[in-house]
Design a protein around this ligand. Structure first.
Ligand code: PLP
Length: 362
């Protein structure tokens, strides 16, 4: 790696494409002859307006977002969306959630503040190591929406087929697989993603919402900033937005467009993940944590024979230039997050390291 960089397997904030960082570095002091950095620029200036509208246009192109969906750049990261979704979409006060791990549990806990939450499927019985069958969910007629975490960053599961929501609005937290594969936006009512995994700097979420779900008749208690309508009406400029994050995300959208779009990303990500999973499935020392058919291509949790060995693997890996392999503190073990920006060579080098480690410790 150039610039003394390491292979960074962090779950987020995560690696960004090197060429994007180089472009940003070249523009950091003087953006396109404006004489200032994007960090120093008024969000109402024509220069920034152009950055914002180009970012939105590029995202629309990348994801083929239909015209009847709004794209919103909202501050507060993913956690704010746990609250905004129920506050804005619970009209009847009933919502269905699929419980698949740490992040859907957080969403469930937050939704319970605003209404009745029906858990229509769960994989809690086996420590969230698989995805429950979502082909015949028992969804009440008055449910406002069905919510999934499409990729559980900590537990390492990802949907490869969307649930049958019986015509109800599908809401998905796509944070950790956003832009990693093509997505048919028309199948969802609302998609949201915290950007710090596959896109840009933390502190912002991108929300893609079907226009008819943007309500005016919300309860008085819903704060102005937490209404999707506020952001939709103001084209994401209701207040000072996270200009820097929008700018960096825009750079990544351009990088993705120039590198084959989401189809190419999906192919690369499948090849990359296969390198790691094939090794884990053959290894007698390391074990992948998730059932084969439900595995995430982005977050790969695995374990060695003991907690002590897990810690030792993570420490020796770090010393060898493979950083952030320690599993999330709530589940332990090891985890390699291999988002779009992780090159295949990084995964191959990690596998070589793990193979060597295994040979030396068995
Ligand atoms: N949803 C998922 C799937 C996540 O992985 C995360 C964070 O890692 C969040 C939500 C919360 O995002 P934030 O930390 O931006 O609040």
């Amino acid at each position: 790696m150039r610039y003394d960089r390491v292979y960074n397997f962090s779950a987020g904030p995560a690696m960004m494409p090197e060429s994007v960082l180089e472009e940003i570095a070249a523009e950091v002091l003087n953006y396109h002859g404006s004489g200032m950095s994007v960090m120093e620029m008024s969000h109402r200036s024509p220069v920034f307006q152009e950055i914002l509208s180009q970012a939105e246009a590029d995202l629309r192109t990348l994801m083929h977002i239909p015209d009847n969906y709004k794209v919103l750049f909202v501050q507060g990261g993913g956690t704010v969306q746990f609250a905004m979704v129920p506050m804005n979409l619970m009209k009847n006060g009933v919502a269905c959630y699929v419980e698949t791990g740490a992040w859907s549990k957080k969403a469930i806990a937050e939704a319970k503040r605003y209404g009745e939450v029906k858990i229509v499927a769960s994989s809690a019985d086996k420590n969230f190591s698989y995805l429950p069958d979502c082909s015949a969910l028992d969804i009440p007629g008055n449910a406002d929406y069905v919510y999934i975490c499409e990729n559980e960053t900590i537990n390492g599961t990802a949907y490869h087929t969307l649930p049958d929501t019986k015509g109800k609005v599908l809401v998905a937290d796509q944070s950790s697989l956003f832009l990693s594969r093509p997505c048919d936006v028309s199948k969802y009512g609302l998609i949201w993603a915290g950007v710090q995994k596959n896109v840009g700097p933390a502190g912002m979420a991108i929300v893609i919402i079907r226009e008819d779900l943007i309500r005016e008749d919300l309860p008085e208690f819903v704060p102005t900033y937490l209404r999707y309508k506020t952001h939709a009406d103001a084209d994401s400029l209701y207040n000072t937005p996270n200009c820097w994050s929008i700018y960096c995300c825009g750079k990544v959208f351009q990088y993705l467009l120039a590198n084959g779009g989401l189809e190419a990303m999906a192919q690369r990500n499948e090849e990359k993940a296969a390198v790691l999973y094939d090794f884990l499935d053959r290894s007698k020392f390391f074990t992948a944590a998730v059932l084969k058919e439900d595995r995430s291509l982005m977050n790969v949790p695995f374990v060695s024979p003991s907690k002590e060995q897990d810690a030792e693997v993570a420490a020796s890996a770090k010393a060898a230039g493979f950083d952030n392999l320690k599993g999330h503190k709530s589940v332990g073990g090891l985890r390699a997050s291999i988002y779009n920006a992780m090159p295949k060579e990084g995964v191959e080098a990690l596998v070589d390291f793990l193979k060597k480690y295994e040979a030396e410790h068995t």
